[in-house]
Write a protein that binds this ligand. Structure first.
Ligand SMILES: [Zn+2]
Length: 302
C-alpha cells in the first residue's frame, strides 16, 4: 500500500511539475518587454502565441528570468529583446530558431547614458541608454524588423502581417507629425522631471528641452538635497505648471520638488511596462504615446 501511495505521490508531483512547465511553452514568440509585446500582438493578431517575459507591473531593469521564461525562450521560434544594456541575461540564451535584438537595426543609434562625472561608474553595457521605444521614429524600425521576423517564422500569414504592419506605421507617422508640431510649440518650454529619466530618445529626436533631477533611469543614485532645493527654486522661478513623473516608481522626490506650490505632477509614460489593470484593459504603446503628447501640451499651453 505504502508503495502505491508513494507512486501516486510521485505521479501527482510529476503532473504538477509537468503542468507548471507546459504553461506557455508552446508560445511561438517570446518577447521580453511590453513595447515588443504590443507590436507583435498588433501585427500577428491571434495567429501566433506570444509569451511576455516581464509581467505587467514589474520593474524592467531588475528582472531576472525564471526557469519558465528560459524554457519558453529556448523552445519558441522567435525570441525578441531590446539590447544587452537592458536585458543583460538575454544574449546567447537561444541556440536555434531566430533571435532578434531590436537595437541592432543600423538606423538605431544607442547613445551613451548622460551621467555627471563624479557619478560615473563602470556599468559595462549599462552605459548605453536602452529606451529606444520612447521615440516613434525608432519604433518604426522596431515594427519593420518585428514584421520581417514574424513572416520568417509564419510565411503563410505574410499578407495579414504586412497589412497590420502598414497600419501600425501609419499610426506612428501620425504621432511623428504631432510630435513635430509639439516640437515647434515647445520652443520656449523646458520640461522638468522629478523621477528617473528614460525619455532621452523622444526628447532628442524632437529637439525638446528638459531638466531631470535624476540623471538616468536608474534609481540607485538618489538626487542630493542641494539639487532638489535648487530645482525647486528653478521651477518656481520658471513659472512651471507641471513636473513630469514616470509611471510605476516612487514619486517622493517629485513631491518634494513641488512642495507648497500649485505645480501639478503629470505622468509622462516611459512604456517600459504597464500596470496589471492597464494591461487587462488592453492599453497599447500607441495610446501611451498619444497620452504623452497630451501631457506635454498641458505644460506648453499652461
Ligand atoms: Zn529604464
Amino acid at each position: 500500500m505504502r508503495k502505491y501511495l508513494s507512486l501516486l505521490i510521485l505521479c501527482i508531483l510529476f503532473m504538477l511539475s509537468g503542468c507548471k512547465y507546459t504553461t506557455n511553452t508552446d508560445a511561438d514568440v517570446v518577447v521580453t518587454i511590453f513595447p515588443q509585446y504590443d507590436i507583435v500582438k498588433w501585427i500577428a493578431e491571434d495567429y501566433l502565441d506570444v509569451y511576455l517575459v516581464i509581467p505587467p507591473g514589474v520593474d524592467t531593469h531588475s528582472y531576472d528570468p525564471s526557469v519558465d521564461d528560459i524554457l519558453n525562450i529556448k523552445k519558441c521560434d522567435l525570441f525578441i529583446y531590446t539590447t544587452p544594456s537592458l536585458e543583460q541575461w538575454a544574449p546567447g540564451l537561444k541556440d536555434d530558431g531566430i533571435t532578434l535584438e531590436l537595437s541592432n537595426n543600423p538606423n538605431i543609434h544607442l547613445e551613451k547614458v548622460q551621467e555627471k562625472e563624479e557619478h560615473h561608474t563602470h556599468h559595462g553595457e549599462h552605459d548605453h541608454d536602452p529606451h529606444i521605444w520612447t521615440s516613434p521614429i525608432y519604433v518604426k524600425y522596431m515594427v519593420e524588423d518585428i514584421c520581417n521576423a514574424l513572416i520568417e517564422i509564419d510565411p503563410t500569414h505574410q499578407d495579414v502581417f504586412i497589412n497590420n504592419k502598414n497600419r501600425y506605421i501609419e499610426e506612428l507617422d501620425k504621432i511623428i507629425i504631432e510630435m513635430n508640431e509639439v516640437s515647434i510649440e515647445a520652443q520656449n518650454t523646458t520640461f522638468y522631471f522629478g523621477t528617473p529619466f528614460a525619455m532621452f530618445y523622444l526628447f532628442h529626436h524632437f529637439d525638446l528641452k528638459f531638466e531631470s533631477i535624476y540623471e538616468t533611469c536608474a534609481t540607485e543614485i538618489e538626487p542630493s538635497i542641494d539639487d532638489i532645493i535648487s530645482m525647486h527654486k528653478t521651477i518656481i522661478e520658471s513659472n512651471v505648471s507641471h513636473v513630469f513623473i514616470k509611471e510605476l516608481v516612487s514619486t517622493s522626490v517629485a513631491e518634494r520638488l513641488v512642495l507648497n506650490t500649485d505645480i501639478q505632477l503629470e505622468v509622462l509614460h516611459s512604456g517600459h511596462n504597464v500596470s496589471s489593470s492597464d494591461f487587462e484593459k488592453g492599453i497599447t504603446l500607441l495610446e501611451i504615446m498619444r497620452n504623452n503628447i497630451n501631457a506635454l501640451r498641458k505644460e506648453i499651453n499652461k
